[in-house]
Design a protein around this ligand. Structure first.
Ligand code: SF4
Length: 354
């Protein structure tokens, strides 16, 4: 397991023994402050721990100033092209910035680093393979080039001992992203932000991100993640937690297990699972880490989902309830949902009395 250096900014920590953080980025129009505030609240509810915000102009900086007074979430300004805007943001109190070596002049870096150091600014150096005037090739060649550029950009930070730095190496190609992060992390302890850039939306984007981020996390690489999706920012956070949950890295909410169904199914698993999720929703926080299973048949269901704390499986005219693979009761199908509610209440009481 790679151990990265601990980074602290106010109440926020990253790297070291901190949990792998889940990030997202504001998507609301910069002309609409209320929408940005609403989005921030939704992100907070979803469990987002760091929010990035595009700062393409002075107008955006004004919006940032309003938002940062209204939210307890750490806000990181995302800058492209203008080092002047970065300096202005810091003058206005911004404490976290992301700079992109693909479009910021390297000659401005020395000056910026001394400002970062003086003001204790947390900096993400975010390499994006597509940002360079001549986009980097995918595969090993591009991965090595990304790492080479990042190492160059790190030199002035190392020289000035400004250690509040997070690095990221992203490409829209999963293999390139994985290789670049593996190469860089082999001899560096900088915390790494992971993500697959321009991953797409829906199923395609979710799979690309999950595969890329998942491979790296499984190898112990990565301190904070953003699942870039074309869609609501809260979906990025939900998918991020699902990736972490699937690898046993973090727990959040109840974990649902359900079978894919086959010709043996005795209940409509999809329908029952939707009902079970809806009923369980109010218990998500207090029953974090609990596993609930909905399985299609009594023959294989209890065995296939024996890790479930509570499960139900369909029979011909009845349904079976089970805990850790052991049948606890057999009920008429029409009573299944009512009994599920009762069992959930019991689990909640048990947790409270622990
Ligand atoms: S639990 Fe039963 S219905 Fe579901 S996939 Fe397995 S065998 Fe098929």
């Amino acid at each position: 397991m790679r151990k990265s250096r601990l980074i602290k900014a106010g109440n926020f920590s990253l790297g070291g023994n901190s949990p792998v953080r889940v990030e997202s980025m504001l998507k609301s129009s910069l002309d609409d402050v209320d929408s940005n505030l609403k989005e921030l609240k939704e992100l907070e509810r979803a469990g987002c721990e760091l929010v990035r915000m595009a700062i393409p102009s002075r107008k955006a900086l004004k919006v940032y100033e309003i938002l940062q007074k209204e939210t307890s979430l750490p806000l990181m300004g995302d800058f492209h092209f203008s080092s002047l805007l970065v300096k202005e943001a810091i003058e206005k109190g911004m404490k976290m910035v992301r700079i992109n070596p693909g479009n910021l002049r390297e000659s401005s870096l020395k000056d910026l680093v001394s400002i970062f150091k003086r003001n204790e600014i947390l900096v993400r150096i975010g390499i994006n393979a597509a940002s360079f005037p001549n986009p980097l090739p995918p595969g090993e060649e591009g991965a090595k080039e990304m790492v080479k550029i990042l190492r160059e950009w790190l030199k002035p930070f190392d020289k000035s001992s400004h250690s509040l730095v997070i690095c990221s190496l992203k490409s829209s190609d999963v293999k390139t992203t994985v290789l670049a992060n593996q190469i860089f992390s082999a001899d560096s302890d900088y915390p790494l932000h992971l993500g697959i850039t321009e991953a797409g939306g829906g199923l395609e984007g979710t799979i690309k991100s999950s595969v890329g981020i998942g491979i790296l996390l499984w190898q112990g690489i990565g301190d904070t993640i953003r699942v870039s999706l074309t869609g609501p920012s809260t979906d990025e956070v939900k998918v991020g937690y699902e990736i972490l949950k699937s690898l046993g890295i973090r727990k959040r909410g109840i974990e649902f297990i359900s079978c894919p169904t086959c010709g043996r199914a005795r209940i409509n698993v999809e329908e029952i699972l939707a009902k079970v999720k809806e009923i369980s929703q109010p218990y998500a926080k207090e029953l974090t880490g609990l596993k609930i299973a909905v399985m299609g048949c009594e023959v294989n269901g209890p065995g296939e989902a024996k890790e479930a704390n509570l499960g139900l499986a369909g029979g011909k005219a009845y349904a079976l309830f089970f805990k850790k693979g052991k049948i606890i009761q057999k009920v008429k199908k029409e009573k299944m949902i009512d009994i599920f509610k009762e069992e959930l209440k019991k689990l909640s009481k048990e947790r409270k009395s622990c």
